[in-house]
Write a protein that binds this ligand. Structure first.
Ligand code: ADP
Ligand code: MG
Length: 695
């Protein structure tokens, strides 16, 4: 149970003054649903403004506060902005511009002939001075606005800086005093403020120690939780599995295993022979051959007389795995079943029976395989594919599902597989509770994918190359970016590209994106996989696991907008067959230095682990205050740079705390222990607490 003193933090956002139904959506989009989310909604940066008496004193690009008098309203035409022409005390004229709905408010706030204080960034548009979307319009108080060091928050459509700032202040006012969970020596050495103070400071200005402390809290919570999971797992009872090899020798493998595959299989075999349940991550780049490693492991379980399950994140992948496993294991006589949410009625009943009586030895499926209605006779190994779709909490839940009365409440061994090569630091952060096997060697004979960076101006050439490619009978992917900033625009761009390609190539083009109904998505994917469609236009939904060897061309639009890891994953969709594959990275005109280096790295190497490490360097190194990475770490507060620097410290500190707890009989007790418990709840890693003996 969450300690009462944290309750104010978890109050719903709707309880804040000024949050009505209109704001709920935009706030949700930013992940702001409870009071604590607002307190942790940290500014991207701060603006410092200068008050000027007229525009002659200001320079273009400067953040200013100035008194202006509106002289004309100009309604927007089409998609253009709503404009207000206004003059300063010296008679200089300046345009104020608003796009979209904000113009309604602007019109009301700026009646003609009445002087207002305007705060914003002075720009130039042609010969005109202009301020686009002023930060503030006030009837008076120019001086007050001018001295302000003001936070600039991440926004979503329908929200303004003023609105967010006011809600953040309300939330901060509700923060309780909490006891200190950071070790006093460290706190002193780093000169970090106390928690509540740090939150307040972080919203007031560029206060590095405050930001650091908040990041450290998150890292400490994470390390603690993972270690608690690890310890609890060690104390559980699993089924020691010893296979005699009689099934594995009957496998139909058209290839010899790589050294990395053999090493990983040996590591897994040693683990599952133990009485405490395995908790192991198999990390291997796309195409490194994880499936056969999983199959070998599952066959050990079956040889030992137990059942094994393979969990895939989507139906398509489940079906694909099912086909692959049946093909490879056809001579073993092992009975394999597929179970997804689509199975209904009789067919489903039959599978459930088979799992319960043990006649099905190996099951592949989606989440459906862990529904309450599904009971196993003796499930002893669970393999989770494409791990990054599941968080630690979900992993725990899965392992608990495996404990049934039938198998004496024993916890199944768990093998998680991920195709995302992540840097070692992040592996520790994300999978710190697991042991890791790495497939750091690709099967032999893979052809390098010819990767080129092409300016988007050469679109005609690209389409020409695509046409020639199709003539040779091969297929192609065409990926459009889908980044959260503007889903609507992104989707429109993908649809426009689809239409354009359809005009040229007709029926053989299909479109897949995240907003399609699952059946429509599957249907399009299946047409492509079956070779009935030659071009698959997609947003990043194809990222995970699709395998169409005849698709040998990958075009990625606006490649600079993707993360390197993502580009690498996407590129991995081609280069799967015997034919030479090509990847064209289309880039926009103005590339930053970092963007150029990132794309160059893609051209240079296909080693996923190297790409991951260098990506971390590139992104982490130049990171400014608060520019947070896209959601590929389990953190909301800590930046990549902070993770690299502070995680090792947090990790050690967590270990000390837990060792002390073990000595004290297994609970997080004493003043610091209690505080650490609060910390786990605060960052919603309380699954760790629940595992504590007596916790
Ligand atoms: P992953 O799931 O790691 O992305 P897969 O298990 O789907 O990779 O394997 C990719 C392809 O490589 C498959 O076609 C598989 O049959 C093949 N493969 C796996 N291991 C080997 C190997 N040792 N030698 C040659 N081909 C292999
Ligand atoms: Mg795979």
């Amino acid at each position: 149970m969450r300690p009462d003193r944290l309750n104010p933090l978890f109050i719903e956002a709707s309880a804040l003054k000024g949050v009505g139904p209109n704001l709920a959506r935009p706030l949700e989009r930013l992940g702001l649903t409870r009071v604590k989310d607002f307190a942790y909604h940290l500014p991207d940066r701060f603006v410092q403004r200068r008050a000027v008496t007229n525009l002659d004193e200001a320079s273009v690009g400067e953040n200013i506060v100035v008194a202006l008098t509106p002289i004309e309203h100009r309604a927007s035409s089409g998609r253009g902005p709503f404009r207000v022409l206004a003059s300063d005390a010296a008679g200089n004229v300046c345009t104020l511009a608003w796009f979209g709905r904000a113009s309604y408010t602007a019109r009301k706030q700026l009646p003609l002939g009445e002087t207002r204080w305007i705060a914003g960034r002075l720009d130039q548009f042609g010969q005109m001075l202009q301020i686009v979307h002023p930060d503030h319009v006030a009837e008076e108080g120019g001086a007050a606005l001018g001295t302000l060091c003001e936070p600039v928050y991440p926004l979503s459509e329908g929200l303004t800086q003023g609105r967010i700032a006011a809600l953040v202040q309300q939330a901060l006012g509700l923060m309780p005093e909490l006891p200190e969970w950071i070790e006093p020596g460290l706190l002193g050495k780093m000169q970090w403020p106390a928690w509540r103070e740090a939150l307040a400071e972080a919203h007031k200005g560029e206060h590095a120690p405050a930001r650091e402390r908040l990041a450290y809290d998150e890292l400490l919570a994470n390390s603690l939780a993972l270690m608690l999971v690890r310890n609890a797992n060690r104390a559980k009872t699993g089924t020691p599995l010893h296979g005699d090899g009689h099934l594995r020798t009957k496998l139909n493998l058209p290839f010899a295993l790589t050294g990395a595959q053999r090493r990983s299989i040996a590591e897994i075999e040693a683990d599952i022979a133990q009485a405490s349940p395995m908790l192991r991550l198999l990390q291997g780049d796309v195409g490194s051959g994880k499936t056969v490693v999983a199959l070998e492991a599952m066959l050990v379980a079956v040889e030992a007389g137990a059942q094994a399950a393979l969990l895939a994140p989507t139906e398509i992948l489940a079906r694909q795995h099912y086909d692959t496993l049946r093909r490879m294991a056809s001579a073993t006589g092992v009975s394999i079943a597929l179970l997804t949410g689509r199975d209904k009625g009789r067919a489903r009943e039959a599978i459930l029976m088979g799992l319960l009586d043990g006649s099905i030895q190996l099951v592949v499926g989606t989440h459906a395989i862990f529904q309450d209605a599904v009971a196993y006779r003796n499930l002893a190994l669970v393999v989770i594919d494409e791990q990054h779709r599941f968080g630690v909490g979900q992993r725990l839940m899965l392992s608990q599902k495996g404990q049934t009365a039938q198998n004496g409440r024993r916890t199944p061994h768990c093998l998680a597989m991920t195709a995302t090569p992540i840097p070692r630091t992040l592996t520790l952060a994300q999978y710190g509770e697991m042991d890791v096997s790495r497939l750091d060697e690709l099967p032999p004979g893979r052809q390098a994918i010819d990767t080129r960076v092409v300016a988007v101006e050469r679109m005609d050439d690209v389409v020409g190359a695509l046409a020639r490619h199709l003539e040779s009978g091969q297929q192609a992917y065409w990926v459009c970016p889908m980044v959260r900033e503007s889903e609507v625009d992104d989707l429109a761009a993908a649809e426009a590209r689809y239409e354009a390609l359809r005009l040229r190539f007709g029926e053989q083009v299909v479109l897949v994106h995240g907003q399609l109904r699952p059946e429509a998505k599957d249907a399009a994917m299946e047409r492509f996989a079956a070779g009935q469609a030659q071009i698959l236009v997609a947003t990043t939904v194809i990222e995970v696991g699709v395998d169409v060897p005849n698709a040998t061309l990958m075009v990625i639009e606006q490649a600079e907008r993707f993360g390197l890891a993502q580009l690498h994953q996407l590129r991995g969709r081609v280069g799967r067959g015997a034919e030479k594959s090509t990847c064209l990275l289309l880039r926009g005109e103005a590339l930053s230095e970092t963007a150029r280096r990132r794309l160059a790295l893609m051209r240079e190497t296909q080693d996923g682990f190297r790409i991951a490490e260098e990506d971390l360097e590139l992104r982490g190194g130049g990171e400014l205050l608060g520019t947070r990475q896209s959601g590929d770490t389990p953190f909301r507060v800590a930046t990549l740079e902070q993770i690299q620097r502070l995680l090792p410290i947090a990790h050690d500190d967590a270990r000390l705390l837990i060792e002390r707890a073990e000595k004290d009989g297994g609970g997080l007790t004493g003043e610091r222990g209690e505080a650490a418990r609060l910390l786990l709840y605060l960052f919603e890693r309380d699954y760790g607490v629940q595992l504590l003996r007596g916790g």
